[in-house]
Design a protein around this ligand. Structure first.
Ligand code: FAD
Length: 278
């Protein structure tokens, strides 16, 4: 069971708890993006097991009337084993997602995996146009080129600032520069991508306002995406006017994810300390 200290950020250990959380979000007009926690597998068997768990989750989603999506990490389904294993597992998941009429997102991990992730996502988008999307990271110097590359691919893009500690040779490491790149990325997405292909993955009020301005200017149909447990009041408030989806992690491997959320922000540390002391 997830201890109360972590259940702000993680929905539970089973698919049933994740779907129950998705149903509660749905009541507030927010959609769910379900992510089974797991990453950095080096053994094909682990990658295959998690790919199978997604296939089963997708069948479960199909039995509900929820407009839920899934989001999968490349290193969870074999990118560290081989490109072939990653491709086979992603195609297996995207096939199942298409059968269940569910959209499939692919998270982006460290820069060493960007090329292979984009190659495999392009392949999945050829097979199932309009059913798959991928995160691009504003902190990476290459991202302007990747935004151009994907503009004519029938895949959606979730723009995020980037969660990985990358070297200056490949990434902007200064916060202001990352914010500038994020704005420029949004400018490009809203100007060049089709309806339904743009997701704004940020909690930053300045970036959210910029996206609202661009949406009004271009009329693009887009979605805000935020994490479970982060600015949830803002998520429900935005949902009154915009499409909003919450990224909902679940599963037994919650500890590392919980540490990451706590480490990234002082307020979260204070929250965790209070929970331990109370
Ligand atoms: P930050 O730059 O962290 O913060 C900017 C401002 O936002 C703050 O000053 C504050 O005003 C507000 N804010 C931020 N957090 C909080 C909070 N907890 N409480 C109150 N206000 C807050 N990264 C990847 O590398 N790959 C991925 O695939 C990926 N997928 C993601 C999916 C989603 C849906 C989201 C939301 C993020 C994802 N990320 C991913 C993480 C992302 O790269 C950032 O590390 C993370 O979102 C923090 O950046 P930020 O834009 O939210 O704002």
């Amino acid at each position: 069971m997830i201890p109360p200290i972590a259940d702000r950020f993680v929905a539970g250990e089973s698919p049933a708890t994740a779907l129950a959380h998705a149903a509660s979000l749905d009541d507030g007009g927010v959609n769910a993006i379900l992510n089974l926690l797991g990453e950095h597998y080096r053994d094909r068997r682990d990658a295959d097991v998690d790919a199978g768990a997604y296939v089963s989750l997708l069948a479960d989603i199909a039995t509900t009337d929820l407009d839920a999506r899934v989001s999968v990490k490349p290193s969870q389904i074999g990118v560290s084993v081989s490109e072939d294993v990653f491709r086979e597992n992603l195609l297996r998941i995207v096939d199942a997602a298409a059968d269940s009429d569910v959209f499939c997102w692919v998270d982006m991990e460290d820069h060493a995996t960007t090329d292979v992730t984009l190659d495999v996502v392009e392949r999945a988008a050829e097979t199932h146009p309009g059913r798959v999307g991928v995160a691009l990271q504003a902190n990476l110097r290459r991202t302007a080129g990747d935004l151009e590359r994907l503009a004519d691919v029938p895949a959606a893009v979730r723009l995020v600032k980037g969660a990985y500690d990358e070297p200056a040779s490949v990434a902007y490491t200064d916060k202001a520069a990352v914010n500038e790149q994020y704005r420029a990325g949004l400018d490009y997405l809203f100007a060049h991508y089709d309806d339904g292909e743009v997701a704004v993955g940020s909690h930053d009020p300045a970036m959210i306002d910029h996206a609202k301005t661009l949406a009004a200017e271009h009329g693009t149909d887009f979605e805000f995406q935020m994490l479970m447990g982060v600015r949830e009041d803002a998520q429900f408030a935005l949902a009154e006017e915009y499409a909003v989806a919450q990224y909902v992690p679940y599963g037994g491997k919650w500890l590392q994810y919980f540490y990451r959320r706590v480490a990234e922000r002082r307020e979260n540390l204070v929250f965790a300390a209070r929970a331990v002391l109370s």
